[in-house]
Design a protein around this ligand. Structure first.
Ligand code: IPE
Ligand code: IPE
Ligand code: MG
Ligand code: MG
Length: 319
């Protein structure tokens, strides 16, 4: 893509706030993942090794962090959200394992190493995805909160993963390959395949501590805008990102004829939409400080995600 934008320094000042917070909360999230996943020494060993391979060391852990963020912002002080976050990360990992399969995106690499099916074979990769998803629901169905809150969490997450969420969005994605789809369909696809689970992560965390309706709606609004922003950044990164940010070679989406913001709208409009989504995400940040959760923490999350882009993209977007 053309690099036409004049140099503007991105405002990345709050990234350390997010990364410090994630580092602190991430310890409990990774401990929960380790406790929940079966040991690789237990049969079927190959499957259990594949589960752990896909989950550790893992990626950015954005969804579990957002679940804990939602919980804390609803006044939660305990550790229960780490288990919910871990369950959501298992669902996310299932979606990535399947996303990389030859019948889907056919990607040999993820996070800088072989994708799960390239390492363990397709059959184990399919079953590993299945196993992660049911394990996630087992964990969520036994969260130590009231049955009412547990059901609310389960409903929030199933809706985000189902045919109007991740899975439906993945179908839109596959059916759009090689087509010049409308911007409205592109946005719907992103809302389903990516934003739905990010939003549900934040909202379900808050549900765990019995969030009130007004704050729940506020969190859902931020989750929607931020979720779209997240996938637009992913689309742009796929074309211009350095290997370190991508964990695989750039250009894969273009080679497969994927419908993405750059391929459907071109560079100039993608820049415009990126900037627009940064603004709408910022506008939807809950304004009031709630316990440890400040508006700056959300801004740190936005900067962290957009800051993954090269400066000629992140600069104008975050300025
Ligand atoms: C990648 O998600 C797939 C998308 C929905 C864009 P992430 O960018 O959160 O992947 P990891 O978990 O950090 O690797
Ligand atoms: C993945 O979208 C969305 C999922 C629900 C897994 P992509 O196919 O764009 O994500 P990456 O770039 O492979 O991580
Ligand atoms: Mg895909
Ligand atoms: Mg993919």
């Amino acid at each position: 893509m053309r690099r036409a934008e004049p140099a503007v320094s991105p405002d990345l000042s709050l990234i350390p706030l997010w990364s410090g917070w994630l580092e602190r909360e991430g310890i409990a999230i990774d401990a929960a993942l380790d406790r929940i996943l079966p040991p690789a020494s237990l049969a079927p060993k190959r499957l259990h090794r594949a589960l752990r391979y896909a989950v550790f060391p893992g990626g950015k852990r954005v969804r579990p962090a957002m679940a804990v963020l939602g919980y804390r912002s609803a006044g939660g002080r305990g550790k229960v959200a780490a288990d919910l976050g871990a369950a959501i990360e298992l669902i996310h990992t299932f979606s990535l394992i399947h996303d990389d399969l030859p019948c889907m995106d056919d990607d040999d690499f993820r996070r800088g190493r072989l994708s799960t099916h390239r390492k363990f074979g397709e059959a184990i990769a399919v079953l590993a995805g299945d196993a992660l998803q049911v394990l996630a629901f087992e964990v969520m169905s036994t969260l130590p909160v009231s049955a009412e809150l547990r059901l609310d969490v389960l409903h929030e997450i199933t809706a985000a993963v189902g045919t109007f969420g991740v899975i439906g969005g993945q179908v839109d994605d596959l059916e759009s390959e090689g087509k010049k789809i409308s911007e409205a369909l592109l946005r719907r696809m992103h809302a389903r395949k990516t934003a739905a689970l990010l939003r549900a992560s934040l909202v379900s965390g808050a549900i765990l501590n019995g969030v009130e309706a007004a704050h729940r709606a506020e969190l859902a609004r931020f989750g929607d805008e931020f979720g779209l922003l997240f996938q637009v950044v992913d689309d742009i990164l796929n074309e211009v990102g350095p290997y370190a940010a991508l964990g695989r070679r750039r250009g894969g989406d273009r080679a497969k004829g994927k419908a993405t913001y750059p391929s459907i709208l071109g560079a100039a409009k993608s820049r415009d939409r990126l900037r627009g989504l940064v603004q709408s995400s910022r506008r939807s940040i809950p304004a009031r400080r709630r316990g440890v959760v400040t508006p700056d923490l959300y801004e740190g999350l936005v900067q962290t995600v957009v800051g993954r882009l090269p400066v000629d993209w992140s600069g104008p977007a975050l300025a």
